[in-house]
Design a binder for this molecule. Structure first.
Ligand SMILES: C[S@@+](CC[C@H](N)C(=O)[O-])C[C@H]1O[C@@H](n2cnc3c(N)ncnc32)[C@H](O)[C@@H]1O
Length: 242
């Protein structure tokens, strides 16, 4: 299999590489997701939002919001929420803003920024979501600390992402799909085989589900844990800000 290697050198290179890659796939990102997951990604997002249980009227931060899928789900679930999406890829944000403009007026704002240095005040949100992105951030620990910083005490964070199934036979099946089929289909539907070859690679060095729980705890979140979906190939991690 051909994969696009991450650039060698300082971590900043990874950020630039990831931003450029998402800029390339932004125009067809949504449709490619639906095809690659057979529409199941939408169900997983709704599950993550149920776990978040956002307070009525609360301010919710959607980290690495991309084209806004989770942000729009949040508002469909409860139109009283005030949702802010943050992402560092301008073309993804433009797609999110176009989608917002095409819908009924809603309380959503999309802000350009890096999740490892969030442009928000301490304790300014009542909940946070992150979807399919933790694998892409340069510094997971710093990002988790930033999330904790901007959450009010008692607010929850949920993080939906691909994970590593514990059952070896199932993991082998999923890896076959993720490392071989995703780049092919991503290339055909999403228009960039290279980008969709990188995405599975981002899982290789990602912590296991249990290790990620430890990182949430180390960042100061209490009652951290995760819900496995699809036999653990997908996981929703959660924690509560102290
Ligand atoms: C796979 S997309 C996920 C988008 C959306 N959350 C979803 O569920 O479809 C990953 C997003 O993370 C963004 N991203 C990656 N690293 C980031 C960082 N350090 N700061 C802000 N955004 C980042 C990318 O620009 C991209 O839009």
């Amino acid at each position: 299999m051909t994969t696009t290697p991450l650039p060698a050198g300082p971590p900043d290179d990874k950020g630039a590489f990831v931003r450029e890659m998402f800029a390339r796939i932004a125009p067809r990102y949504d449709v490619t997701n639906r095809v690659l997951t057979a529409g199941m990604d939408e169900r997983w997002r709704r599950r993550a939002i149920r776990l978040l249980a956002p307070p009525h009227g609360g301010r919710i931060l959607d980290l690495c919001c991309g084209t806004g899928d989770i942000a729009f789900h949040l508002l469909r679930t409860d139109p009283s929420l005030q949702v802010t999406g943050v992402d560092f890829c301008a073309p993804m944000l433009e797609a999110a803003r176009r989608r917002a403009a095409a819908q009924a007026p809603m309380a959503v704002t999309f802000v350009e920024g890096d999740v490892s240095a969030l442009p928000f005040e301490d304790r300014s949100f009542d909940g946070a979501t992150m979807g399919f992105s933790m694998r892409n951030v340069v510094d997971i620990d710093r990002t988790l600390q930033e999330i904790r910083r901007v959450l009010r005490p008692g607010a929850r964070v949920v993080n939906l992402d691909v994970s590593k199934a514990r059952n070896r036979a199932w993991k082998a099946c999923f890896d076959l799909y993720f490392y071989h089929v995703v780049p092919l289909v991503g290339g055909l539907v999403g228009g960039s085989k290279d980008a969709y070859a990188y995405l599975p690679q981002s899982l290789t060095h990602h912590p296991s589900a249990e290790q990620l729980v430890e990182r949430f705890t180390a960042a100061g979140f209490r009652d951290a844990g995760y819900v496995p979906l699809m036999g653990g190939a997908i996981a929703i991690h959660y924690g509560i800000a102290p």
